[in-house]
Design a protein. Structure first.
Length: 491
C-alpha cells in the first residue's frame, strides 16, 4: 500500500512538473483571470468531495450530522470529509479567493521531492488522528520516514530511540501521511489538466518563467513575515531555523519596554490604559478599595511582561548559542550530541513556561471585554468562572468560542495543532473583520499577537528533526511564572 502511494505520488507530480515546464505561464495566466466562482467549479471537479470553507476542524465539530456520526459510529467511522481532514488547506474558500495559493502549491510541490514534505504532512494529520475523525489501518510494524535512516516507506520493527527521534513512526500515522501526499498530487495534476483542458495545443509552449516569478515573489514576501499555521502548506519545505528565535525573543522584550516607556511619558496613553480597565467585570465587582488597587494592574502587567521577557531571553541565549555552535554535527537519522540535546530541551521547557504565562492570564484579560462578560458568572468565594459552552456560541460568536478553547486548555501546554489552530482562527477573524477586532481592546489584541509569536517559536523547536529527548520534567527553578524566580534571575 505505502509503495503504491509513493509511486503514484511521484508519477502524478512528474506529470504535473512536465506540464508546467511547457505551459506553466499559460496556467498561471488563465487561473489568475478566472472569476472565483469558476475557480471553485474547477476545484470541485478536481476533488468532488472537497470541503467548501476554511476552518474545517471547527465547522465539522459542530456540524449536526457530524455530531451524530461521531457519537454513534465513531468506532467504525468512514467520515464523509476524509479528504478535508487530511488536506484542510485544500478548500474551496481558500483556493478560489486567493489565486496565488494554487500557484504556490504547484511550485513548491513540483520543485521539491515528496519526502521533503513528509514530516509536515505527517504532523498535519495529528488532529484528525487524535480525535478519530478518519478511519485508520493497523500494522504492528513502524515505517521509515527519512532517507538517512533507510528507504522511505519501508516497514521496520519498533525501536524506541528511532521513534523518539522521528526517524520511524507507527504505521497508522505513516499511512495517513503518505495518503495526504498522494491525494495532493492527484489534486494538483487534476487542476492543471482542467485549466489546460482547451488543449495545450491551443497555445504555444511558453515555459514557466512567470509562474516561477509569481511563486518566488510570494514566498519572499512571507519569509520575513508571519509563516504561521495556515501558511506552511504554501511554503518551501519547513526547516527548523532556530537561529530566528533570538531576534523574536529580543523584539518581545523591546515591545514591552516601549509600552512601559509610553505609559511613563505620555499621560493620554496612560489614561487610555486605565480607562480600558473600568468596564471590566472584575472592576465592577470590586469594592472601592479593590478598585483603587486594581487600577494600576495594567502597569504591573507590563512590568511583569518585561521581567518575564528578560528571564526568557537570558535563559534562552546560552541554549541558542550552544545549538548554533554544534549545528554542524547534527545529522538526521542519528542521535543528537548530548550538549545540543540538553540545550534543545531547556529551550523547549523555557518556551513552554513562557507560553503558559500568557495562556494562564488570558481569562483575566477576556473578562475585561464588555462583549464577553455574559459568558462568565460569579461564584461565591471562587471568583469568576466560565459558563458551560454551547453549540450556539460557536455559531454566533466564533471569536469567543476560540478564546474559550484556549482558556480551557491551560493544562494542555504541549505544542499542538489545537493551540495553533485556535490562535490562527482568532488572528484571521481579527484581521479580516473590523467588527470583530473592535470587540477587544489593544491589550487583548497584543496578548493574542504575543501568544501567536511564542506558539510559533514553540513549534519551531518541536518540529526540529531529529527530535530532542527533552528534559522530561519541569526543573524546580525553571518556572517562569513565579515572581520570586523572575526577580532572582534578574539580580
Amino acid at each position: 500500500m505505502l509503495e503504491n502511494y509513493i509511486s503514484e505520488t511521484a508519477k502524478n507530480l512528474g506529470e504535473t512538473r512536465d506540464l508546467l515546464k511547457q505551459y506553466g505561464d499559460t496556467l498561471a495566466e488563465r487561473w489568475s483571470k478566472y472569476h472565483p466562482r469558476k475557480r471553485a467549479d474547477i476545484l470541485r471537479k478536481a476533488i468532488p468531495d472537497i470541503y467548501s470553507s476554511k476552518w474545517l476542524e471547527a465547522y465539522c465539530l459542530f456540524d449536526e450530522e457530524s455530531d451524530r456520526v461521531a457519537a454513534v459510529h465513531r468506532p467504525h467511522l468512514r467520515y464523509k470529509w476524509r479528504k478535508g481532514w487530511l488536506l484542510p488547506y485544500i478548500n474551496v474558500e481558500t483556493m478560489s479567493q486567493d489565486e496565488k495559493k494554487l500557484l504556490l502549491l504547484l511550485f513548491v510541490r513540483t520543485n521539491n521531492e515528496p519526502q521533503e514534505f513528509l514530516a509536515y504532512d505527517f504532523e498535519r494529520t495529528k488532529m484528525a488522528f487524535k480525535d478519530h475523525h478518519v478511519t485508520i489501518m493497523y500494522n504492528h510494524h513502524c515505517v521509515l520516514m527519512c532517507e538517512e535512516a533507510g528507504r522511505v516507506g519501508e516497514l521496520t520493527p519498533w525501536n524506541g530511540d528511532r521513534v523518539h527521534r522521528g526517524d520511524i513512526v507507527g504505521f497508522p500515522r505513516a499511512q495517513l501521511a503518505f495518503e495526504v501526499a498522494c491525494g495532493l498530487s492527484v489534486f494538483l495534476r487534476g487542476v492543471a489538466k482542467i485549466v489546460l483542458a482547451k488543449g495545450p495545443g491551443d497555445d504555444e509552449p511558453r515555459g514557466c518563467v512567470n509562474l516561477d516569478a509569481i511563486a518566488a515573489k510570494s514566498l519572499a514576501g512571507t519569509s520575513g513575515g508571519r509563516p504561521f499555521f495556515n501558511e506552511r502548506p504554501f511554503s518551501e519545505p519547513q526547516q527548523s531555523d532556530i537561529s530566528l528565535l533570538k531576534p523574536l525573543l529580543q523584539s518581545m522584550r523591546q515591545s514591552a519596554c516601549d509600552e512601559l516607556w509610553l505609559m511613563q511619558t505620555d499621560p493620554l496613553y496612560f489614561h487610555d490604559k486605565l480607562a480600558n480597565f473600568e468596564p471590566s467585570l472584575y472592576y465592577r465587582k470590586s469594592s472601592e478599595e479593590g478598585k483603587i488597587e486594581d487600577l494600576p494592574r495594567s502597569v504591573f502587567d507590563i512590568v511583569g511582561r518585561i521581567e518575564l521577557a528578560l528571564v526568557v531571553e537570558r535563559r534562552s541565549t546560552p541554549c541558542l548559542d550552544t545549538i548554533e555552535k554544534l549545528s554542524g554535527s547534527v545529522k538526521r537519522g542519528q542521535p543528537l550530541p548530548q550538549m545540543y540535546d540538553e540545550a534543545l530541551g531547556r529551550l523547549q521547557s523555557t518556551l513552554k513556561e513562557y507560553y503558559s504565562s500568557y495562556l494562564c492570564s488570558l481569562q483575566d484579560l477576556t473578562i475585561q471585554m464588555p462583549d464577553f462578560q455574559d459568558y462568565f458568572h460569579w461564584v461565591a468565594d471562587n471568583g469568576f468562572r466560565l459558563k458551560p459552552l454551547t453549540d450556539d456560541v460557536f455559531r454566533k460568536d466564533r471569536l469567543f468560542w476560540n478564546t474559550h478553547k484556549l482558556i480551557t486548555s491551560a493544562n494542555e501546554l504541549n505544542p499542538s495543532q489545537d493551540q495553533s489552530f485556535h490562535l490562527q482562527y482568532i488572528d484571521d477573524l481579527l484581521l479580516s473583520s473590523p467588527k470583530e477586532s473592535n470587540r477587544i481592546d489593544q491589550g487583548l489584541y497584543d496578548h493574542f499577537s504575543h501568544m501567536l509569536a511564542i506558539d510559533e517559536a514553540r513549534n519551531v523547536v518541536a518540529s526540529h528533526l531529529p527530535h530532542g529527548s527533552g528534559l522530561g520534567r519541569d526543573l524546580e527553578n525553571d518556572r517562569l511564572n513565579v515572581p520570586g524566580d523572575m526577580i532572582d534571575s534578574l539580580t
